[in-house]
Design a protein around this ligand. Structure first.
Ligand SMILES: Cc1cc2nc3c(=O)[nH]c(=O)nc-3n(C[C@H](O)[C@H](O)[C@H](O)COP(=O)(O)OP(=O)(O)OC[C@H]3O[C@@H](n4cnc5c(N)ncnc54)[C@H](O)[C@@H]3O)c2cc1C
Length: 407
């Protein structure tokens, strides 16, 4: 996770630069709770500055890379010695936390004012959203349409069946092996056509059809050849992009053969931070720790109390896995890992954190430590990891307005 990467790498004589597309960190699986309870997002959306008070943040998308620099959408050049790409899945979101909070209020209003709701897609997002609405708004008619033959196809059929039975028991109508004609989707007409010719009436709808990997931007870069057919970056057991010396990738963007999960992305970040620390302190590559793929573990929440979980030896549903995930969706735990209060809204703490970090920054600057530090550029650090690089001796080109790819 970003805070781990920063904490591990930020100590000592290193500079960490973090580049994000938006101003805040968001816990992805808390989104669906925030749609039924917008105030939940007060804890699950955290401004990057609040947990990275001393990081050098650049809020802008990275649009190009060469062997020693990256280019942001605003024309900034950021030099690197080590680069870590962790752009995960594409999910266009507002740039500021307050815009995102407003978005949740609007989504919540949409749910509240509808009598019938159509959910398109029966993966984890669709199933979790159906569960949230069915539990918090039991009087709404919820229909879930999924093109596959079973829900939650990313895990085993036992988990799918259990989730299906649970949804049905809450009154959700599930239609499998059908897809909704997305070209004719409109909340105006309130009718939706499925591939089997059925017409579904619903006051509003939510598309939960999965997000593409955020790698389109890499196709015009030096990493074009390093993408597999699904657009994932091909990496070795040290997360090094194959054939590249100082470019790494972690999280959902990688071609590692495992479920794409946040807790695994976090493991990637921690291990890579350890290995980079070794490299940057002059350690031998042969001493790096390789990543090992472990067995599958997945928990899909079903409303506020229940969940369906697939563990290596068993699949369970109900209150026990619900206790692990569904009550707080790991939000308190993650906030704690980021060094934040698990309970209170960070907005209250922000001015203090900002003031302290400003004071510290001023001190460091006036003592000249900024000029002495080497640059570790942490770029596109995502929800979990990011893209970190360093140490760089060339800070002069950082603010360069122009950009030319020098290979
Ligand atoms: C409904 C749902 C439930 C889930 N439940 C769980 C769960 O219970 N447990 C679990 O472990 N995992 C869960 N996951 C999976 C988990 O969310 C992902 O595996 C995890 O978020 C992947 O992290 P990542 O850092 O690789 O990418 P992402 O979380 O996708 O983050 C990528 C970041 O990079 C930024 N970015 C993208 N392109 C650029 C660019 N060009 N420049 C700068 N920034 C860029 C994006 O804005 C984003 O912030 C769930 C996912 C969903 C959708």
């Amino acid at each position: 996770m970003a805070s781990h990467g920063h904490g591990e790498l930020g100590r000592g004589n290193r500079r960490v630069v973090v580049n994000f597309r938006k101003e805040y960190f968001e816990i992805p699986w808390a989104n669906l709770r925030a749609m039924v309870e917008p105030s939940f997002a007060e804890r699950s959306l955290v401004n990057h500055r609040d947990y990275l008070p001393n990081g050098w943040l650049v809020i802008s998308s990275v649009i190009n890379i060469n062997k020693s620099q990256v280019l942001t959408a605003e024309g900034r050049l950021v030099p690197y010695d080590y680069l870590v790409i962790a752009t995960g899945h594409n999910d266009p979101m507002p740039k500021t936390r307050s815009e995102r909070l407003n978005h949740y209020k609007q989504e919540n209003q949409k749910i509240k004012s509808a009598n019938s709701i159509l959910i398109v897609g029966g993966g984890p997002t669709g199933v979790e959203l159906a569960g949230e609405i069915a539990v918090d708004f039991p009087d709404k008619k919820v229909t879930l349409v999924h093109s596959g033959s079973r829900l939650l196809e990313f895990i085993g059929p036992k988990a799918s069946n259990k989730a299906l039975e649970w949804l049905k028991s809450k009154g959700v109508e599930v239609k499998l092996d059908q897809s909704v004609d997305l070209d004719c989707v409109s909340d105006e007409t309130k009718t939706f056509q499925t591939s089997s010719g059925e017409v579904i009436k619903a006051d509003c709808h939510f598309l939960c059809i999965g997000r593409p990997v955020a790698s389109t931007w890499l196709k015009d870069t030096i990493l074009e050849e390093n993408l597999d057919q699904h657009g994932r970056l091909m990496v070795d057991e040290f997360f090094r992009v194959r054939g590249r010396q100082n470019i790494f990738a972690i999280g959902d963007i990688t071609d590692i053969r495992e479920l794409k999960q946040g807790y695994l992305a976090q493991k990637h970040a921690l291990l890579l931070a350890k290995n980079l620390k070794l490299l940057m302190s002059g350690g031998k590559e042969s001493k790096m720790t390789p990543y090992e793929v472990k067995s599958i573990k997945a928990i899909v929440s079903l409303g506020r109390r229940d969940a369906v979980a697939q563990f290596p030896l068993t699949t369970v549903i109900g209150g026990v896995p619900g206790l692990i995930k569904s009550r707080d969706l790991f939000v308190g735990k993650i906030r704690k890992q980021m060094g934040l209060n698990p309970h209170i809204v960070q907005a209250l703490a922000s001015p203090l954190v900002w003031f302290l970090s400003f004071q510290r920054g001023r001190q460091e600057f006036s003592h000249g430590t900024y000029d002495d530090t080497q640059a570790i550029t942490l770029i596109c650090f995502p929800q979990w990891g990011g893209m970190f690089c360093g140490p760089s001796s060339d800070l002069t080109s950082y603010d360069g307005a122009g950009y030319s790819l020098l290979e």
